[in-house]
Design a protein around this ligand. Structure first.
Ligand code: LRH
Ligand code: MN
Length: 396
């Protein structure tokens, strides 16, 4: 690898920040149950501690995304402790995620619910979450709605859209000037006939209607298999409406597998679109990189370290694309030359340069190995085993 390549890799890593999901450290599963891990995190302190390990080992994860009901059960009263946790574990509270899918009142939706009582309950939860974000010093409030229907005719889709417009715009008024509202779309699950915010276009229109601080969040798992995600990313960039990503991987649907485990070239192509936007416009793309995964079989912390190191590699490979040569090849319809610009970068082994960057930063050259030798897993397994393995999980 040339000297300039090493510089490009180091520069890319110096700016790469990937937010970790608190729920990625907890025992999660599928509708067919969850396989309990003795070392899984339950308390917010344990989640900060585990995230702190990943950041200390990788150098790329300074914030942890919080889900209000799962992490801040006492609402505002849970916020003051965040400063202590940040100081102790070296990671800060990141995006705040309200929960519109767990409470029984949301059977027929939240903002899309025909019952005005339920819509206003969801609205109050949103305003509380925005307030929590202000007090926690979090910039982003990240909204995902499970709202939709399971049978044709059972929902008035346009009427529900009007309720979403009203609620999102009213919530937007509560944002502090520097805050953002990220609107996440998903085509299906748990709704299996229609989902109110089903694709990027619906999310874009609702975000635009809500206000200037509302952007679209792209969860890579929230697309039909044949969809070209990087084209959606290119369009959202062109519209100035791309606010963030939830990275994960999938073979079929919203599988929430670890990033790059199934299609690493997909993530590379997404990073490439973003970096090309920056290269062409000279503007840094203001995009939040977040992980959103569910580690049902892999060790939670190992899966997270693996995810971040793979993201580091793919981001560095995308940074190595010779964009000047690519632009020339595109302009002259030299298809093979153009494609080779991406393939050459993707097939470049950036791992030695990444190891150099880690050592230069005083980080472990091999984070996963360092974690395995740290004894941290053995310690938390001792501390958490009895509590974690006493809970029974069953589908029905
Ligand atoms: C929905 C989703 C959303 C989170 C949840 C944990 O599928 O991607 O971003 O709230 O997963
Ligand atoms: Mn998501």
């Amino acid at each position: 690898m040339t000297g300039s390549h090493s510089e490009t890799v180091a520069h890319a890593l110096d700016r790469l920040c990937i937010e970790l999901p608190s729920w990625g450290f907890a025992n999660t599963g599928t509708r067919f149950g969850k396989f309990l891990q003795p070392a899984a995190a339950v308390t917010i302190e344990e989640k900060f501690s585990d995230a702190g390990q990943v950041h200390a080992l990788t150098g790329s994860c300074p914030t942890i995304a919080l889900h209000v009901l799962w992490d801040l059960p006492n609402g505002f009263d849970s916020v003051p402790d965040l400063a202590r946790l940040s100081a102790r574990y070296g990671v800060n509270a990141g995006s705040i995620n309200p929960n519109y899918f767990q409470d029984q009142i949301y059977k027929f939706g939240s903002f899309g619910n025909p019952d005005p009582e339920v819509r206003s309950a969801a609205f109050r939860h949103t305003v509380e979450s925005i307030e929590i974000a202000k007090r926690a010093g979090s910039r982003d409030v990240s909204l995902w709605f499970a709202d939709g229907s399971n049978y044709p005719g059972s929902a008035n889709i346009r009427q529900r859209r009007r309720w979403f417009e009203e609620c999102l715009r009213a919530a937007h008024q509560h944002l502090a000037p520097a805050q953002r509202m990220l609107v996440e779309y998903k085509p299906f699950e748990p709704a299996f006939y229609h989902t109110d915010i089903g694709d990027w276009g619906m999310a874009l229109l609702l975000a635009r209607h809500a206000g200037t601080q509302a952007k679209v969040l792209v969860d890579t798992g929230h697309h039909y298999a044949a969809q070209n995600i990087e084209q959606i990313v290119a369009w959202l960039l062109a519209e100035g409406m791309l606010g963030g990503f939830h990275f994960n991987d999938r073979r079929y649907a919203d599988d929430d597998l670890t990033l790059g485990s199934i299609d690493p070239y997909q993530v590379f192509r997404i990073f490439h679109e973003m970096l090309t936007f920056e290269w062409e416009t000279g503007d840094p793309a203001d995009i939040a990189f977040m992980i959103d995964q569910s580690h049902n079989l892999k060790g939670k912390i190992e899966a997270m370290i693996q995810t971040v190191t793979v993201a580091q590699e793919l981001f560095c490979k995308a940074a190595l694309v010779d964009r000047a040569a690519l632009a020339t090849a595109q302009a002259s319809t030299d298809i093979v030359r153009a494609e080779s610009c991406l393939q050459d970068a993707f097939s470049t082994d950036v791992r030695p340069a990444i190891r150099e960057w880690r050592v230069a930063k005083g980080l472990a050259a091999d984070p996963l190995n360092a974690f395995r030798e740290s004894g941290y897993l053995e310690r938390i397994t001792r501390d958490r085993h009895d509590r974690n393995m006493s809970t029974i999980s069953s589908y029905a």
